[in-house]
Design a binder for this molecule. Structure first.
Ligand code: F3S
Length: 81
């Protein structure tokens, strides 16, 4: 799993991911999360030193809004669903 994106349609702004992986996830004005790596496009590889935090955030998201994949998402969180 080397790419990540947030499904902003299902994120409930719980705030967990940014606490777990602050280098990778931040929140917009509504508290909805996005990936800082490439403005939530899911196209930029997660730097190795942050991968474990992202995996923890993936497992901790209560709505499964954080996606991980081994290929770029091209802006679509549901690309591999
Ligand atoms: Fe949203 Fe899940 Fe993060 S609900 S704020 S993507 S932990």
């Amino acid at each position: 799993a080397n790419y990540t994106i947030v499904d902003q349609d299902t994120c409930i702004a719980c705030g967990a991911c940014g606490a777990t992986a602050p280098e990778v996830f931040d929140y917009n004005d509504d508290g909805v999360a996005f990936s800082l790596l490439d403005d939530n496009k899911g196209n930029k590889q997660i730097p190795g030193e942050w991968l474990e935090d992202v995996e923890d955030a993936f497992e901790g998201c209560p709505t499964e809004s954080i996606r991980l994949a081994e290929a770029p998402f091209e802006g679509d969180p549901n690309k591999f669903e």
